[in-house]
Design a protein around this ligand. Structure first.
Ligand SMILES: [Mg+2]
Length: 371
């Protein structure tokens, strides 16, 4: 089997509701216009008719030329099942190609492998489980009460946890965390993702509070490269700290975090850490040090499906992140991932990624086809 074509269909992603995770201070979506984004459907075709797919997001119109110019020449005419060989060759272009671009090729190669074998990807990876608990991951809310209401609504719907993306104003963030904990009770898992919003003294103050409130983890309180202060912070707190979601990087970027004991958990996704292959390496690296590799949401529907397979195949990931609002995360599948009544998501059982792409929608919203 050889790869004989690679194309990218760019399509508009319409009516994305207003949302923010990073805006400093209360973000009020009221009156904000919805917007249009863009995704690219990557199709890698083989000479025996198998097609592998992925969605290229994160600045699609920038990534598509890099993919076609730098990575397509590597994979054309090659055996799609020689993933590690192709991955290592793609990494040789790491100075000019971002992890999310390599990730898009890698996910499509895994899709081909699963279809060729007639198995879902998680079985090729080595199935560990077929379902795992989901947590609702908030967008920024306009006020404390809105966080409380949102947390209670997901708790009532049977979800297993709730993560706060707060205002990134430390005193206010403590108010949010206290109010939500008070509302949902002591037994409902909560996480805080401060999205790189604090300096060291602020991070320590907030961390001590959510430690007392028995949060599951404390995510990205400090700058994404601030290993020095993470190391200090971790020495002061008992709550697990989770850094390394950013920057987009390769699996060897985790080494200084482990070496410096700067984080308790590692974090990644197929876009920011170079595909299923990159994440699998990182997850196994983490396992060797007794650390969790908690998988980040993927920013689009097909990346999230890839994450379902990945998290079904590793032991050291406890949660599946469902980022809100759904309208800003879900597009392009006939049936997207849904959380069941008991708060679990289930790994697909069909070959490859195992989900049906909505080709009609993509065709209707197509803006360009590139080869
Ligand atoms: Mg995060």
């Amino acid at each position: 089997m050889k790869i004989d074509d690679l194309s990218i269909t760019l399509f508009a992603w319409n009516d994305i509701p207003p949302h923010s995770y990073l805006g400093r201070g209360p973000f009020d979506p009221t009156g904000q216009p919805s917007r249009t984004g863009e995704l690219g459907l990557v199709t890698i075709r083989t000479d025996d008719g198998i097609e592998g797919h992925s969605f290229l997001g994160m600045g699609t119109s920038l990534g598509a030329p890099a993919l076609l110019r730098m990575l397509k020449p590597i994979v054309m005419g090659r055996d799609p099942l020689a993933r590690e060989q192709l991955y290592q060759e793609m990494l040789e272009r790491r100075l000019v190609v971002q992890p999310w671009v390599v990730g898009a090729v890698d996910v499509a190669l895994w899709d081909i492998a699963g279809k060729a074998a007639g198995e879902p990807i998680h079985r090729l990876l080595g199935t560990y489980r077929e379902k795992l608990p989901a947590y609702a991951s908030s967008e920024q809310q306009p006020d404390v009460e809105a966080y409380v209401e949102q947390a209670q609504s997901y708790q009532a719907a049977g979800w297993q946890g709730y993560k706060i993306h707060p205002f990134r104003v430390w005193r206010d963030d403590i108010r949010i965390c206290r109010a939500v904990r008070e509302a949902v009770g002591n037994d409902f898992p909560l996480m805080l993702d401060s999205t790189w919003g604090y300096d060291y003294p602020q991070a320590l103050r907030v961390g001590k509070v959510i430690e007392e409130l028995d949060f599951e983890w404390y995510e990205d309180p400090l700058g994404d490269q601030d290993i020095y202060n993470y190391t200090k912070l971790r020495q002061q707190l008992r709550i697990p700290i989770m850094a390394t979601e950013f920057p987009g990087a390769w699996y060897d970027s985790f080494a200084p975090w482990i070496h410096n004991r700067a984080t308790d958990y590692l974090r990644g996704d197929v876009a920011l850490k170079g595909g299923i292959t990159g994440c699998l390496k990182a997850a196994h690296l983490a396992e060797g040090f007794g650390m969790n590799f908690e998988i980040h949401h993927g920013g689009n529907s097909l990346n999230n499906v890839a994450h379902l397979h990945l998290s079904a195949a590793i032991r050291n990931c406890e949660w599946f992140e469902v980022l809100l609002p759904a309208g800003a995360q879900k597009v392009g599948l006939v049936e997207d991932i849904e959380v069941d009544d008991e708060g679990y998501v289930h790994a697909p059982s069909g070959p490859g990624l195992g989900v049906e792409i909505d080709f009609d929608l993509i065709e209707r919203n197509k803006t360009a086809e590139q080869r």
